[in-house]
Design a protein around this ligand. Structure first.
Ligand code: CTP
Ligand code: MG
Length: 231
């Protein structure tokens, strides 16, 4: 019953080219990560939450939420997957069990709406493995050939964009991440580690506006549309 959360927030945000990691940039008067956390902290099913921070992070301690007792901290690692694994181990130390649900959600994805979170929890509640929020591709897709010409048009109906939260049984995810990292496999989200370990994560359709802030135009896009439905 209930769920745990890991927020990987140990990235440097190189593509954002800002003066600080993007999770600490302002959006509507608060740091981006505070919007990200709000959707989880206001949910009655939350059992515990860990943020994975860079070892030398000077920004977190200046935020109001740094004193929130429901938030634990882990030290993140070199890759996102390392940061997530550290967060999972921290949750286990807080009492999370193998079969418990853990939701992993990017710190840089501040526009998660409650309806999407509830939809994910509800649709996966009886699942043995878990799954992720995802959005169906809407543009026509081309596979590029070596010469920069179109090699073929890809069947769009089977292509989805992977979003977060990604929700899995804690023990399965911990083992999959650990083994994938040890094998040197490229792991860009939790689902890819689970797939590599032989599981088949379920796709749960979510809102397209739950975007990850990656480049400056993403933050501008959110600023123009804020407040989101949540606040
Ligand atoms: N992340 C992390 N630990 C890392 C790398 C990334 O916790 N070693 C987190 C980021 O803080 C972010 C999320 O994972 O919340 C998604 O990653 P990404 O968008 O790639 O963020 P950055 O790695 O910070 O950005 P960039 O790749 O442009 O440097
Ligand atoms: Mg990155």
């Amino acid at each position: 019953n209930g769920f745990w959360v890991v927020i990987p927030a140990a990235g440097v945000g190189s593509r954002m080219r800002a003066d600080r990691p993007k999770q600490y940039l302002p959006l509507a008067g608060r740091a981006l990560i505070e919007h990200t956390l709000a959707c989880f902290l206001s949910h009655p099913g939350l059992r515990g939450l860990v943020v994975s921070l860079a070892a030398d992070d000077p920004y977190w301690s200046t935020l109001p939420c740094a004193s929130d007792e429901r938030i634990a901290r882990a030290v993140g690692g070199r890759e996102r997957a390392d940061s997530v694994l550290e967060g999972l181990l921290r949750l286990e130390a807080l009492g999370a069990d193998e079969a418990d649900w853990v939701l992993v959600h990017d710190a840089a994805r501040p526009n998660l709406q409650r309806a999407d979170l509830d939809g994910l929890l509800e649709q996966l509640s009886g699942d043995p493995v878990g799954g992720l929020l995802a959005v169906p591709a809407k543009d026509t897709l081309k596979r590029a050939g070596a010469d920069g010409r179109v090699a073929e048009t890809v069947d769009r109906s089977v292509i989805w964009l992977a979003y977060t939260p990604q929700m899995f049984r804690l023990g399965l995810l911990r083992d999959a991440l650990r083994q994938a990292l040890a094998a040197g496999v490229t792991v860009t989200d939790e689902a890819s580690a689970m797939e590599w370990a032989g599981h088949a994560p379920r796709l749960v359709e979510g809102r397209a506006d739950n975007i990850k802030v990656t480049r400056p135009e993403d933050l501008h896009w959110l600023e123009q549309r804020w407040p989101g439905g949540r606040e």
